[in-house]
Design a binder for this molecule. Structure first.
Ligand SMILES: Nc1ncnc2c1ncn2[C@@H]1O[C@H](COP(=O)(O)OP(=O)(O)O)[C@@H](O)[C@H]1O
Ligand SMILES: [Mg+2]
Length: 237
């Protein structure tokens, strides 16, 4: 995280889960102006982490600071308003609204001219421009992922949370999406937390990586210094 002195996100002792179940058991992480990959086997807690950061799951303990302010108790719409864009693993779009209307929902947050922002999203995902009047519920898996990402980008986020954006997509879409992550990072300078199962592809775009294992950070490293051996240990394989 050498590029920035002050992290945009500081997480300390984060505990979170569902009802009486604790999934994240005291997680520490700092994210700066970078692509930060969160890897880990199925069930490791990646989705729980991102949903907690998006303030959709209450904390059981610890703190989350975003841009220097504590946001641990804020509701999701407040954190979105402060600059956290969230693309959930599933159901990131409003099925009964058109592509255009979905993007307008994202555009309700943020200051810049809505049409300008939408033109940028259509520039990034030209397929969406052609589908602008189509109902989101009728989109293919890949198109739906693009829309969910476009909707989050309409909010002009400072931090973008991407939860397995390529899960279940065809190989062509997978490569395209990782290329888009690179492009978003290069053109917007937004910090990105990318939860992924696909370690090889994620490591190719990430500056740093955290491997979650059984709800704890098994390791956090610069991607360049991560060895296959350590990665395997994190995945318990
Ligand atoms: N809504 C839920 N209620 C109870 N347990 C859940 C719920 N969602 C996920 N879990 C459990 O939390 C753990 C972490 O899941 P998750 O965060 O989805 O992992 P990942 O995204 O890394 O696959 C798993 O053991 C899973 O069964
Ligand atoms: Mg998940």
């Amino acid at each position: 995280m050498s590029e920035t002195a002050t992290p945009i996100l500081e997480v300390r002792g984060l505990r979170s889960g569902y009802g009486g179940v604790t999934v994240l058991k005291g997680l520490d992480m700092d994210v700066g102006n970078e692509v930060f990959a969160v890897l880990g086997a199925n069930g490791a807690g990646k989705t729980t982490l991102l949903a907690t950061l998006a303030r959709l799951i209450p904390l059981q303990g610890g703190t989350i600071r975003f841009r220097g302010n504590e946001v641990s108790g804020l509701p999701a719409f407040e954190t979105a308003g402060r600059g956290v864009g969230y693309v959930p693993q599933e159901k990131g779009v409003f099925a009964d609204l058109s592509v255009f209307e979905n993007l307008c929902v994202g555009g309700m947050i943020g200051q810049r001219d809505r049409d300008e922002r939408m033109a940028e999203v259509f520039g990034l995902f030209p397929d969406l421009a052609a589908l602008r009047t189509q109902l989101a519920g009728t989109l293919s898996g890949g198109e739906s992922r693009m829309l969910a990402c476009g909707r989050a980008l309409m909010q002009d986020p400072k931090l973008l949370l991407l939860d397995e954006p390529t899960a279940g997509l065809s190989p062509l879409y997978v490569d395209m999406f990782f290329e888009k992550v690179r492009e978003i990072r290069a053109t917007r300078g937004v910090s990105i937390i990318l939860a992924e199962q696909n370690a090889t592809k994620a490591l190719a775009v990430a500056d740093r990586v955290m491997v979650l294992s059984l709800g704890e950070a098994f390791l956090t490293e610069e991607t360049g210094s991560l060895t296959t051996e350590k990665l395997k240990q994190g995945y318990r394989i």
